[in-house]
Design a protein around this ligand. Structure first.
Ligand SMILES: Nc1ncnc2c1ncn2[C@@H]1O[C@H](COP(=O)(O)OP(=O)(O)OP(=O)(O)O)[C@@H](O)[C@H]1O
Ligand SMILES: O=C(O)c1ccc[n+]([C@@H]2O[C@H](COP(=O)([O-])O)[C@@H](O)[C@H]2O)c1
Length: 210
């Protein structure tokens, strides 16, 4: 069965750093990758743009291809967007289909701070997006949970609905939404850090202009 992977973020706004790693993960896993904008991200301040504005940007950013799709369920839920709740909803919809939670290597190192974090391993596989050759040390309690779950090939993910951890070597781009918001607020046009289509409609990036 085709893998279903999810990639969550504040996406305030989505940029080419997000899209390129999501695309590479989709190719490496031969998966559909759903981008899930967080309604109320659990570990940070509220986004600058509204949910509707971030979705409008995502829709334009995802135009013209079908591997990366948009899932807005976290925006429709009240309260913090806990990933475990999202995975339980997806499991109820998808049955035994293998699910892969995509997480950047730095965020993965902090996984033990997430809500009901141990349950994440029962709910999905985890795909850790890493710089080729990089090695991020994990805190002991996380390492103990991950040891024994690591696999190197995607066939192992296809064989089970959840429970494995795979490292996915992707090409990181030094782009952050924080920097993009700074540039837009300063009246600049970070044209080659964002999907080009966003500049065709000046209203899309207006929430970040001052
Ligand atoms: N340039 C990038 N390359 C690869 N992954 C990224 C990049 N920027 C962010 N990510 C990852 O994408 C996910 C969503 O990121 P998020 O929406 O917080 O973007 P951000 O650019 O880090 O935003 P901000 O600067 O506002 O914190 C996170 O898992 C984050 O680690
Ligand atoms: O579930 C949690 O406790 C949890 C804690 C921190 C982050 N997350 C999710 O991780 C994704 C990336 O978060 P962020 O803050 O880097 O945009 C986003 O989908 C968040 O909902 C989830």
């Amino acid at each position: 069965m085709k893998l279903l992977a999810i990639f969550g973020g504040t996406f305030d706004p989505v940029h080419l750093g997000h899209l390129s790693v999501a695309w590479e993960a989709a190719e490496l896993l031969d998966a559909e990758v759903r981008l899930l904008p967080a309604g109320m991200p659990p570990h940070r301040d509220a986004p600058v743009a509204s949910a509707a504005q971030r979705v409008a940007i995502l829709r334009v950013a995802l135009r013209g291809q079908s591997r990366l799709t948009l899932d807005t369920r976290e925006l429709d839920r009240a309260g913090p967007s806990f990933t475990i709740d999202t995975l339980h909803e997806l499991r109820a919809e998808q049955g035994e289909r293998p699910l892969v939670l995509l997480i950047g290597a730095d965020a993965f190192a902090n996984l033990a701070t997430w809500h009901r974090w141990r349950e994440l391993f029962q709910a999905a596989h985890i795909g850790v997006l890493s710089r080729p050759g990089a090695c991020v040390a994990l805190p002991d309690e996380l390492e103990r949970e991950v040891a024994g779950r690591r696999v190197a090939d995607t066939a192992s993910l296809r064989a089970l609905p959840s429970g494995k951890v795979i490292e996915l070597a992707v090409t990181p781009l030094e782009i952050s939404a924080t920097r993009i918001r700074e540039l837009l607020a300063a009246g600049r046009d970070p044209r080659y850090l964002l999907p080009g289509g966003l500049f065709d409609d000046p209203g899309l990036l207006a929430p970040y202009r001052h």
